[in-house]
Design a protein around this ligand. Structure first.
Ligand code: PGD
Length: 761
């Protein structure tokens, strides 16, 4: 048995050298996830890319030839593919410069830190002169921009939130906006070792801690929490939070001493909340009409929050929406009004239900990684503006207090991500991807993005190469020896880039003369020399490689967010502009963005059911993270396929909504709006509140050849809008859309995405 790490957990496997014959959870994991069931069945699936391929039109007519996404692919040798690639990179860099190459290449790729596809791509492109990069991500694209003004850097916060063990011991009331989703607590970027969701929540619950889940989905909260469920209308959390704040304020329950000492700008916010600035008091009756939550319950909850050690936690999903800054900022304001920030078990959290490693104590050291080098191009985009960039080169736009200009991109290079899974309004993205001369993709699988590329190079899966890794804020650092030979002709991203670097004359800069095996040892030994202390002896590389994971020390197991700030805010100020919690931000106010003013507000999203223009689409679609896979990864695996209905992704609907449409369980339905449509298999479930449909992301996009806005498999991103959260953050808004659902009457079209694309000899 050899241990290996994935974003969804560590596992042990037996292999015959070609394939995994037995897979079981790592013995150290008390609550392993069934997602490991996708790995072995996916490895040799027909959609593995067997060898390099070039799109026929590109091969015959050169860069920019039409037919992307329609032409067959031509299988070629590695020599041919690498020669073509090197020639094209040379042409683009020489003719148009580094500013015409987009290497943002967002995506989760695999666990394993040396073979991290994005890092290797960036290192390689930096050797060639640089590239246009992207900032932020699709998970936290909105809060990552907002939080430095309000509370502090989001990457720092991620690993410093109050430990779950402290919540289990001290918290009396958890108010979870967006719930504490069990499926999301199974995964973490880079890996999760010891899952313990059931344990911490059940411990808290058994001690008497109450949980309140505010979400359109009952199962966004694990059953062991025995939570009260408040099914607020999707996208209305900011209104609910304002009303809770208004009750605290009006009933004298706010901690004014805390507000005075630790925050700035409460008065400006209070004037809005009390109605002094716009004539509307944001009281529970006002919020009931927006959220659907009874005013009496809002009032009661506010009183409960003031009377208990309360944790206010907000999920990342709420900020993946238009004006997504507002609920996050208001969560901070509520916690500040309760005055418990910095106390054990009280205060604010963001993402406890979004990743296995939020609420794990900060570890003392990072793990070895390869340096990415220096990017000589300063141009970047907020990551979710990719389609705008490709469609409108030269256009200006606002971002975080700056006026930026989209570059003119000739070559798009993608490694370790799947924009035709993760981006919104996929039909628009397809039009955008028509613009560049050349699209290059490395991936183990024929993903939708690979099918929309010109040069497709087969990458190894992580089980096919030596590596090591530890998840963000996870304390276990694992050796990850290869478990099998590569499938087909797959090569590691590093090997591919090393061969290209050789052809382009930058081999020494890229490889520094090392093989990947030599890099692993070199980076580890460097790290070991830096981190061996009397308190923590780092084993030799060979011992580490033969072991079952190295437990990294943590700074403080019982960490409490901002305990030191609470003790003395002058000695331990926050990293915000004023060093205090900013309820009003002068900096944001000075930007003058109507869609993100200087204090948090309620702004109804542009698509809101009260709007007559969208009444043809009366259902709120929740396009959330999937339960049977991570993002789109291994959607062809056994565990993911077992959940499909007639091969299509399941959509859940409340019984009343199904009855009103004459729909029955297991039926194939068509979900649609003005942007697109998709098929899905119906599950009728009262865990979804009335007026809501839930279709997770991750089904591989399978567009109808005649209509790319119609996905035959069930990818919700044909329905979501490619609109920014605000001018401040330009984050993605993929979590919500308005749709209608009807029976699908026609003959069920076959899926094509489970087979490789057509080829030409
Ligand atoms: P993945 O499916 O993880 O999705 O989007 P992301 O692009 O990260 O894609 C990773 C790809 O990397 C896979 O195709 C995998 O095969 C490939 N890969 C794995 N290992 C390697 C390797 O070693 N080398 C190479 N070259 N490739 C590799 C996820 C994104 O989707 C995220 S993080 C979020 S939070 C967003 N969530 C939503 C949402 O809530 N709602 C909607 N509607 N849309 C979303 N999109 C976002």
């Amino acid at each position: 048995m050899t241990t290996h790490l994935t974003h969804w957990g560590a596992f042990e496997a037996v292999s015959d050298g070609q394939r995994l014959t037995e897979v079981r959870a790592w013995r150290g994991d008390p609550e392993p996830t069934p997602l490991i069931g996708n790995i072995a069945s996916a490895q040799h699936h027909p959609t593995r890319i067997a060898q390099p391929h070039v799109r026929a039109g590109w091969l015959d007519h050169g860069p920019g030839a039409p037919g992307r996404g329609e032409d067959p692919f031509v299988p070629v040798t590695w020599e041919t593919a690498l020669d073509l690639m090197a020639g094209e990179l040379r042409r683009v860099y020489r003719t148009f410069g580094a500013e015409s190459v987009y290497g943002g290449s967002y995506g989760w790729a695999s666990a394993g830190r040396f073979h991290h596809a994005l890092s290797q791509l960036h290192r390689f492109l930096n050797c060639l002169g640089g590239f246009v990069h992207s900032v932020n991500d699709y998970s936290m694209g909105t809060c990552k921009v907002l939080m430095p003004y309000v509370l502090g850097d989001m990457n720092w916060l991620y690993s410093h939130f109050t430990a779950k063990s402290v919540i289990a011991e001290h918290t009396e009331l958890v108010v979870a906006f967006g719930g504490l989703s069990p499926k999301n607590q199974a995964v973490a970027p880079g890996g999760a070792s010891r899952h313990h969701r059931r344990e911490w929540i059940a411990t808290a619950q058994a001690r008497g801690c109450r949980f309140v889940s505010i979400s359109p989905l009952r199962d966004d909260m694990p059953t062991e929490a025995q939570a009260e469920w408040l099914a607020a209308r999707p996208g209305s959390d900011a209104a609910l939070m304002l009303a809770l704040a208004q009750v605290l304020d009006a009933e004298g329950l706010a901690d004014n001493a805390f507000l005075d000492r630790y925050t700035v700008g409460f008065d400006r916010f209070a004037a809005y909340m009390r109605g002094a600035s716009d004539g509307v008091v944001k009281d529970p009756a006002w919020a009931e009409s927006i959220t659907g939550v009874p005013a009496a319950r809002i009032r009661g909850l506010a009183r409960d929050m003031a009377g208990a050690r309360t944790l206010v936690t907000v999920s990342w999903s709420l900020q993946r929406a238009e004006y997504g800054e507002q609920p996050v900022w208001l969560g901070v304001v509520l916690a500040a009004m309760l005055g418990q920030i910095g106390l054990p078990g009280g205060g604010f959290g963001h993402g406890y239900g979004c990743s296995a490693t939020v609420g794990e104590p900060t570890r003392q050291l990072e793990v070895p990684r390869v340096a990415q080098g220096t990017n000589r191009v300063s141009t970047y985009i907020p990551v979710a503006r990719i389609a705008d960039m490709l469609l409108t080169p030269g256009a200006e736009y606002d971002y975080n207090g700056q006026r930026l200009t989209f570059p003119d991109i000739r070559l798009v290079y993608w490694c370790g991500g799947n924009p035709f899974h993760h981006h919104q309004d996929l039909a628009r993205l397809r039009r955008a991807f028509d613009h560049p001369d050349t699209v290059v993709v490395h991936d183990p699988f024929w993903t939708a993005t690979a099918r929309y590329a010109d040069i497709v190079l087969p990458a190894t899966m992580s089980i096919e190469r030596d590596d090591y890794g530890a998840g963000t804020n996870d304390r276990m650092f694992f050796a990850m020896p290869a478990l099998t030979e590569p499938a087909g002709q797959a090569r590691d991203d590093y090997t591919i880039f090393a061969d290209l670097a050789e052809r382009l004359g930058v081999a020494q800069a890229y490889t520094e003369g090392r093989t990947s095996g030599e890099w692993l040892r070199h980076l580890y030994e460097q790290w070991r020399a830096e981190h061996s202390t009397p308190g923590f002896v780092v084993p030799s590389y060979d011992e580490f490689w033969a072991g079952d994971g190295l437990e990294l020390p943590v700074v403080e197991p019982a960490q409490v967010l901002f305990a030191d700030f609470r003790a003395d805010p002058d000695v331990h100020p926050l990293t915000t502009p004023t060093g205090r919690i900013e309820i009003y931000s002068d900096t944001i106010a000075a930007y003058g963005y109507p869609d993100c003013p200087g204090h948090p507000v309620w702004l109804p999203p542009r698509e809101w059911p009260d709007d007559p223009a969208v009444q043809r689409f009366p259902l709120h679609l929740i396009a959330n993270q999937p339960k049977t896979k991570l993002h789109s990864q291994l959607d062809i695996g056994a565990y993911s396929r077992a959940a499909k209905i007639a091969g299509r992704e399941p959509v859940r609907l409340h019984p009343d909504d199904a009855t009103a449409r004459g729909l029955h369980e297991g039926q194939i339905v068509r979900i649609f709006n003005d942007r697109g449509s998709c098929l899905a298999g119906l599950v009728i479930d009262d865990a979804v509140c009335a007026g809501v449909a839930q279709l997770s992301t991750g089904a591989w996009y399978d567009p109808d050849p005649a209509d790319p806005s119609f996905c035959r498999h069930g990818n919700p991103n044909v329905l979501t809008a490619d609109r920014p959260s605000s001018s401040l953050s330009q984050g993605c808004t993929g979590h919500y859309a308005l749709v209608q659902i009807e029976p699908y009457g026609a003959n069920l079209p076959p899926l094509t995405v489970l087979d490789p694309p057509p080829t030409r000899p």
